[in-house]
Design a protein around this ligand. Sequence first.
Ligand SMILES: CC(=O)SCCNC(=O)CCNC(=O)[C@H](O)C(C)(C)COP(=O)(O)OP(=O)(O)OC[C@H]1O[C@@H](n2cnc3c(N)ncnc32)[C@H](O)[C@@H]1OP(=O)(O)O
Ligand SMILES: CC(C)C(=O)C(=O)O
Ligand SMILES: [Mg+2]
Length: 512
Amino acid sequence: MDKLIIFDTTLRDGEQAPGATLNEREKIEIARQLVTLGVDVIEAGFPISSPGDFRAVNRIASTVKGVVICGLARAVTKDIDAAYKATKPARGGARIHVFLATSKIHMQYKLKKAEDEILRLATESVKYAKKYTRDVEFSPEDASRTEPEFLFRVLEAVIKAGATTVNIPDTVGYAYPAEYGALIRSIHERVPNIHRAVISVHCHNDLGLAVANSLEAVKSGARQVECTINGIGERAGNASMEEIVMAVKTRRDSFPHVTAAINTQEIYKTSRLVSKLTGFVVAPNKAIVGNNAFRHESGIHQDGVMKKRSTYEIIAPEDVGFTGTSLVLGKHSGRHAFEKRLAEMGITVSGDELVRAFEKFKELADKKKNVYEEDMVSLIEDEINKPAEIWQMAAVSYASGTHVTPSATVRLKKQGRGFSVTSTGDGPVDACYKAIEKITRIKTRLLDYRIEAVTSGKDALGEVAVRVQSGKKIAMGRGSSTDVIEASAKAFLNAVNKLASKKKGPDGTLPL
Ligand SMILES: CC(=O)SCCNC(=O)CCNC(=O)[C@H](O)C(C)(C)COP(=O)(O)OP(=O)(O)OC[C@H]1O[C@@H](n2cnc3c(N)ncnc32)[C@H](O)[C@@H]1OP(=O)(O)O
Ligand SMILES: CC(C)C(=O)C(=O)O
Ligand SMILES: [Mg+2]
């Protein structure tokens, strides 16, 4: 079985994504994690591009061990000198990666050079880099749009000049899998000295085909893939490392001939580090590392996963280091998952109670994006234990603003009698809560307060969820209104009623 060399270019091509710029310290932190992940080569940067990038590549080469450190260079001697100087301290090996475009469009309009001049420059640059290190990679940029005959000539020449890896970039993400695979096979057939070099692939995602193209290339004889964590990179990005590695591992039947030495349990952690430091949020539906990659909300899927995981999961989440909850409750969930979640929370309901609680859950899930654990507890308390509504909310009014001491007047009813109290507080919500405490004579501590919009638009309904403690008792409360202060007061009173009914005095109040 051949080794599939994983060449990580998160710190070079990944960092070229607008907005992804990393400083020296951040690059080192990512490089260290890439070593823990087990990549074979780290393309740490483009040393000529800035003094900061030179320093970052140089620091990585000096401090990050156990991996080949690569620096990118144009076919220009000062770039190659800088790449050499920056990568020189690498103990695991230093690689110089020289690139030069070979497609007609790039040669004519960008480089303004003819084929012969390109061939000469490519060969001389590789020879020049070869003076510095044994490990030289050459990339004919835009290879997939290069005239095949010219591409074969360039590859043969650079291998003769000493290139040990020849990379075939699909620079603009133009290729599609069958075509790209055929290109790799034709290189095997038409470049006489190809056996002296490793064929590498470097695919961009402009048509969403970067991973598919890379995999097809591996099937066709490529033995190095250039990729980035989370697929970040120029424009639509590069081929995503985690997708390639997990595809090769999961579909061993299709890739029996290669193996990648990646410690896959580190994938999720690496993804989150790169996301945090670049500021590029990972889409929830991103393969392998998206938040939803291993989560199920649909009842039929949840039921299947509970009965046999592999009905809907082709990868074990722990294989990529994902440890979050896999069953998410929402409007598409079914009874099996609902019951399981309750059981996990230590709540056992069955028969009619379960039917009722499930109906209420569906109603709530229709309104809310997320059904939290506290919502479940509150739902069970409301629907199953049915606490008596000892105090009813009659009215709330409040005053607040700049240079105004927040105050609230709350009017509650109990057994037909009205009670009204005005109180001040740290804000209108606090003033309401103090007024309710005074009327009910229940002393509380607010443990948690959460507010979210359950409908959209200017008249959105705000729902407040609170967790309130009195003595040793804790109760959840929920309240909704288009006025968030009123919703807050309702939620608090809902919790206070539960506390009162949990330990009623003769008049339904808790002892102070
Ligand atoms: C496909 C890829 O990802 S390639 C890598 C792309 N990455 C980057 O460009 C990031 C870092 N780049 C930089 O910091 C700068 O572009 C530098 C330092 C490399 C060069 O900066 P400048 O000297 O100011 O040149 P500028 O970027 O404006 O133009 C590029 C020049 O390099 C030439 N060039 C482009 N590719 C190559 C190459 N592979 N070999 C030789 N020359 C090249 C261009 O033709 C142009 O030359 P010209 O000035 O004679 O017209
Ligand atoms: C420098 C080369 C390999 C590149 O990034 C590309 O062609 O996309
Ligand atoms: Mg690229």
